[in-house]
Write a protein that binds this ligand. Structure first.
Ligand code: PLP
Ligand code: COI
Length: 359
């Protein structure tokens, strides 16, 4: 398939653009979407850009029954001059195909998908908010469509790219969020699907999230599924802690999502000569550091959440306030640098930015 050969059907009823002051994350979608289909024996076919709208899918489609589905999340940024960029989309394609491997789903051609994504974004360029802290969220999603009730990998799939103009993921914005450490439920286990970006991981996280939200916490911090002892990640972010000068993030162990922001932050910190480690970090070590005053900062990293300082942790009924519930200097510096690279105000010395031709 070639992007030039793709069918493009433009809408005749474009929607009104949203009011950016009241935009809620993930509720507004643009006028068009990209789609393609996979059939065993034929491969991917019928790549097309069509008006955004509902789908017709068999009620027997295997995704509804056995959950074979994966997704990605990245953002397109527009600066004041109107230039549009993506941030490390090749990393999203590599992770998508790693998720596909885990879920027994076929690979996509990452280069083709990035080209199709650029084409879609160019069509929707007027939907990209050019304000600081805002972007066009790009959501590729792929799911099993074969109508069949046998438990086996589907022979048919659909791949879609949706676009959604967004601001901050948390209502707190860049201000610190309150996180509850989850001691009972687990998100993922070694050997499970935790490292894949698949719907089931999020479905299994909802219960703990609901309980935490009822007590005023934005998200939960997951502990490992075997011993409930080692820190893994937050619902939509990886986590970093600065303890006595060392910046620690849990090592990838098969049950944590390998975040692209996480990877970028590690690379940035290394380039600054900071002492950054990927290692096991127990909740006991973290709480002890908070009590003895060596826990300097905590923050989460993710595409939707960007860099989100953690101002308070609740664990076993006790609350720990971190850095006076203020944004720490390290989190602020990383936020400024990453968002600067993403939007083009900071030099892209790593070659992370990918231009999207929009004119
Ligand atoms: N962990 C989970 C569970 C996530 O859903 C996300 C969001 O994508 C992340 C971590 C952060 O990953 P990334 O930085 O690639 O967005
Ligand atoms: C992202 O940051 O892209 C995510 O996928 C988080 C999401 C679950 C909203």
């Amino acid at each position: 398939m070639k992007v030039e050969d793709m069918l493009i059907e433009l809408t005749t009823t474009p929607k009104e653009k949203p009011d950016l002051d009241t935009l809620v994350f993930g509720k507004t979608f643009t006028d068009h979407m990209f789609m393609m289909d996979y059939t065993e024996g034929q491969g991917w076919h019928d790549a097309r850009i069509v008006p955004y709208g509902d789908l017709t899918v068999s009620p027997a489609a295997m995704v509804f029954h056995y959950g074979q589905t994966v997704f990605e999340g990245l953002k397109a940024y527009k600066n004041e001059a109107g230039d549009v960029t993506l941030f490390r989309p090749d990393e999203n394609m590599a992770r998508l195909n790693a998720s596909n491997d885990r879920l027994c789903m076929p690979h996509v051609d990452g280069d083709f998908v990035i080209e199709a994504m650029k084409k879609l974004i160019a069509i929707e360029k007027d939907w990209i908010p050019a304000r600081p802290g805002m972007a066009l969220y790009v959501r590729p999603v792929m799911f099993a469509t074969e109508p069949y009730l046998g438990v086996s990998p589907s022979a048919m799939y659909r791949f879609i790219i949706l676009l959604s103009p967004v601001g901050a993921y948390y209502k707190e914005g860049i201000n610190p969020v309150k996180i509850a450490v989850e001691g009972e439920f687990v998100r993922a286990v070694k050997g499970g699907t935790g490292a894949a970006k698949t719907a089931g991981n999020y479905a299994s996280s909802l219960k703990a999230q609901e309980v935490a939200a009822a007590s005023g916490y934005s998200q939960v911090l997951w502990l490992d599924g075997c011993e409930h002892k080692y820190i893994e990640e937050v619902g939509a972010m990886n986590v970093f802690f600065k303890i006595n000068g060392e910046i620690v993030t849990p090592m990838l162990n098969g049950s944590i999502l390998p975040g692209i922001t996480r990877k970028s932050v590690i690379e940035l910190l290394q380039s600054w000569g900071e002492n950054v480690s990927e290692r096991r970090l127990s909740i006991d070590e973290l709480i002890e550091a908070a009590h003895n005053g060596t826990l300097e900062e905590a923050f989460g990293t993710g595409t939707a959440a960007v860099i989100s300082p953690i101002g308070e942790l609740a664990y076993q009924g006790n609350k720990t306030v971190i850095n006076n519930n203020e944004i720490g200097p390290l989190a602020q510096k990383i936020y400024d640098t990453i968002t600067g690279i993403q939007t083009g105000t900071t030099a892209d010395t790593f070659g992370w930015r990918v231009n999207v031709p929009v004119n």
